[in-house]
Ligand binder design. Structure first.
Ligand SMILES: Nc1ncnc2c1ncn2[C@@H]1O[C@H](COP(=O)(O)OP(=O)(O)OP(=O)(O)O)[C@@H](O)[C@H]1O
Ligand SMILES: [Mg+2]
Length: 341
């Protein structure tokens, strides 16, 4: 294979290639050297808490914001040097629906289609097809101000699909949706991939990334702090998280060393709560840990094993919690709180 054709195939294989992306807002560095590689035909999840820089990164990739440093290519086309080509290859669904409130769902989609150069009959046909696809046919004539949040979100996604772009950016497509509507959105996103698109999706929900994404980048304070397949990420975090508090604060360090020895992982101490947190691949190891702690004479005030929440993923990856509220639920956690030995 010649050098030339190799370069050509690389640009087709990668829907997104970004290196060292930086964006400053005044003295706030919102995106701080982000690298991303998204394979064509995949769903890529960008996971992070409020303010992590997800939307800012997406806006740079989508040519809506100029990077202060670094570069990004969409199917091999530079976002700064070839924005017109890039815009023809992408669809962007924002965190907020960007459609006219007083017009009906059909009218909104027809306007989008006409703006993209479709003929009148074709625009109406396309609108009807999309409303059907998104389960909105019954609400076709209803003005948007009478739409629920979930219906809006679906219409917003439908609007971004009129051009059937090869790459679709979905910025928190399910935040605030009820579980049933969220599941419908997930199905729709899976269908987009089957139809040949590539999707980059930002989310605050670990479960969403888990359900949909082939690969995930965890971003925090504008940096990618972990990247890999869902399985890789989970095994680095542990499927469960151990939280432990000791009775005597002077034994914290000894307890931490014991945890690390027994579980063979890195743990972290949150100072304010005097709590040790560690990833735990196998919850059965709790028994070994309890025995080891007793052998070294550490008395526990509290011990719990929980499925990881987004906060704990951050805690174990970055050594600090997500500053904003955690979006993930730990309802399925196995609580063993208050166990004392
Ligand atoms: N237009 C802007 N002007 C000034 N600061 C901005 C602007 N957009 C974002 N920021 C700042 O950049 C940082 C990253 O914001 P961004 O919106 O990218 O985060 P996010 O990960 O999308 O968060 P969320 O989950 O809340 O949507 C934040 O500190 C935010 O205040
Ligand atoms: Mg955002």
């Amino acid at each position: 294979m010649s050098q030339h054709s190799q370069a050509g195939s690389q640009s087709r294989d990668w829907a997104i290639e970004a290196r060292g992306l930086v964006k400053d807002f005044g003295d706030n560095r919102a995106v701080d050297g982000v690298d991303l590689q998204v394979a064509t035909g995949s769903i890529y999840g960008v996971l992070g808490p409020n303010g992590a820089g997800k939307t800012t990164a997406v806006r740079m990739l989508a040519t809506l914001l100029k990077p202060d440093a670094g570069y990004a290519r969409i199917f091999g086309h530079d976002v700064v040097k070839e924005p017109q080509i890039v815009r023809q290859l992408i669809g962007v669904t924002g965190q907020y629906a960007s459609v006219d409130e007083s017009l009906s769902a059909t009218e909104n989609l027809v306007i989008f289609s006409r703006l993209l150069g479709l003929g009148r009959a074709e625009a109406y046909r396309k609108a009807a097809d999309l409303l059907e696809e998104f389960g909105l046919s019954e609400a076709a004539k209803r003005p948007l101000k009478k739409f629920s949040g979930g219906m809006r979100r679906r219409l917003d996604l439908a609007a971004s699909l009129i051009a059937q772009p090869p790459l679709i950016f979905l910025d928190e497509p399910t935040t605030g949706l009820d579980p049933r509507t969220r599941n419908q959105m997930w199905d729709t996103i899976r269908r987009l991939i089957k139809a040949g698109s590539t999707v980059l999706l930002t989310t605050q929900y670990l479960e969403e990334a888990d359900q949909l994404a082939d690969r995930i980048a965890v971003i925090d304070h504008g940096r990618v702090v972990a990247e890999g397949t869902v399985d890789e990420l989970k095994s680095s975090v542990g499927t469960s998280s151990l939280q432990l508090r000791v009775q005597n604060p002077l034994q914290m360090e000894l307890a931490r060393q014991t945890v690390e020895q027994v579980l063979g992982v890195k743990s972290s101490i949150s100072a304010e709560a005097a709590k040790i947190t560690a990833p735990m691949g196998n919850a059965d190891r709790v028994t070994d840990l309890l025995i080891a702690l007793r052998e070294v004479g550490v008395s526990l005030a509290e011990l719990s094993v929980q499925k990881p929440t987004l906060d704990e993923v951050f805690l174990s990856i970055t050594g600090h919690g997500a500053t904003e509220q955690s979006a993930s639920s730990s309802a399925q956690s196995i609580q063993m709180e208050g166990q004392t030995i």
